[in-house]
Design a protein around this ligand. Sequence first.
Ligand code: TYD
Length: 136
Amino acid sequence: MSFPELINIKSIDDPRGKLIVLESNKNVPFDMKRIYYILDVDSFEKRGFHAHKNLSQLAFCIKGECKIILDNGVDRKTYHLNSSKKGLFIGNMMWREMYDFSSDCVLAVAASELYDEEDYIRDYEQFKKYSKKGEI
Ligand code: TYD
C-alpha cells in the first residue's frame, strides 16, 4: 500500500484570523461520521500503535504540531503535521504512531465510521501478518 501525501485543508484567512473548512467528499476524501481530538499530551508520550481494518481518517493539527509515523507493513514514513492547513489521510491497514506533541497541540481526526473497538488491530505482529496476506 502506497503512502499518502499531506492534503491541503481549505483555510479562509483574513485580518480577523483563519477559518478552516472540512467538507465530506471535497477536501475530506470520504463521508465523515465522527470527529475526535487529542490534546494535553506530554511531549514524551506516544500514542496510536494500532491499525484499522475498515476506516478512513483525516488527521490534522487544529493547533500546534506533532509527528505521525505510518507503517504499511513493509515500509514506514514519518510526517510532520505542523500546519492547521495540512491533513494526513490514513486509510485501511496503516499502522500509526503519534509522538513529539507540542504542548499546545490539538490533533483532530475525522473518521468515516463510528467508534468500533472490533475494527482495531492493536498487535503489531498480527498487523504484519494480515498486511502480508492482504486479508483480514
Ligand atoms: P485510541 O484510539 O487507542 O487512542 P490513540 O490512538 O490516540 O492512542 O483510543 C483511546 C481510548 O479511547 C480507547 O479506550 C478507545 C477510546 N475511544 C473511544 O471510546 N471512542 C473513540 O472514538 C476513540 C477514537 C477512542
